[in-house]
Write a protein that binds this ligand. Structure first.
Ligand code: ADP
Ligand code: MG
Length: 245
């Protein structure tokens, strides 16, 4: 049985058909890569699954529940996690909660309360940080961390909700090849241990070939190929959009 079942997904912006009749499915525990050149519709597809964008048509079923029309927070509660850039980690809070968090952390009278909250599920948090190799840096402020380490923390934050499906939009963007491989190897190890399925978008074919179980290729909003990385590589349409031959 599929964990995620996407059927005839549609989204237009003005006259641009960003996603045009796209269908695919994802099995529990599977690592599925969504690839394609710039503007292919990867992020648009992705943002319809996480609820940030509302589809114009089609359906997105997760564990049998229709996601279209649900709010991002509701989708998150069903077990669809996503990596956030660390600066956005509080984005699941409301506007006022964000301000309150800041006030609370500065209020001297509330400081003991804040310290108590700091012990909340500490062992569980440390265990997750150990799994991404960041336990020793647990007390450091995120802003002083190396870029690759921030990415590890983002992964731990995303896994803290124990998602059944983890969504990652270009997780290795801005990273050097070696860092990319480290992050993807770590992600794969972690999700395999937790039995978490992953849908990720990626620019680099190399990363996809090394880590995805299966891939789907989008070009100008349409799905042009799907299968195991080795099968898809030789596909004429993929050669055309990717390698211009
Ligand atoms: P990718 O992530 O594969 O690079 P996107 O999904 O971001 O592609 O974009 C697909 C198409 O939709 C592009 O033509 C892009 O310009 C257009 N598009 C994406 N988001 C918006 C938006 N918010 N408003 C208008 N056009 C958009
Ligand atoms: Mg994108």
């Amino acid at each position: 049985m599929s964990l995620l079942e996407v059927r005839n997904l549609q989204k237009s912006f003005g006259g641009v058909r960003a996603v045009n009749n796209v269908s695919f499915s994802l099995a529990p525990g599977e690592l599925l890569a969504l690839i394609g050149p710039n503007g292919a519709g990867k992020s648009t597809t992705f943002n319809m699954v996480n609820g940030q964008l509302k589809a114009d048509g089609g359906s997105i079923r997760f564990n049998g529940t229709e996601l279209i029309g649900l709010k991002p927070r509701e989708i998150w509660r069903l077990g669809v996690g996503r990596t956030f850039q660390i600066a956005e980690t509080f984005s699941s809070l409301t506007v006022i909660e964000n301000v309150q968090m800041t006030l609370l952390s500065q209020d001297k009278k509330m400081f003991s309360f804040w310290r108590a909250a700091a012990d909340y599920k500490r062992d569980e948090a440390l265990s997750l940080l150990a799994q991404v190799g960041m336990a020793e840096q647990a007390e450091r402020p995120c802003r002083v961390l190396a870029y690759g380490d921030v990415k590890r923390v983002e992964l731990a934050v995303a896994m803290a909700n124990r998602p059944k499906l983890l969504l990652m939009d270009e997780p290795t963007a801005g990273m050097a090849p070696r860092e990319r491989n480290e992050l993807m190897a770590l992600t794969k190890k972690l999700v395999v241990e937790h039995g978490t399925a992953v849908l990720f978008t990626e620019h680099s074919m190399d990363v996809v070939f090394a880590y995805a179980d299966r891939m789907i290729v989008l070009a100008r909003g349409q799905l042009i190929a799907e299968g195991k990385p080795m099968e898809v590589r030789g596909h004429p349409k993929v050669q055309e959009v990717y390698f211009g031959s």
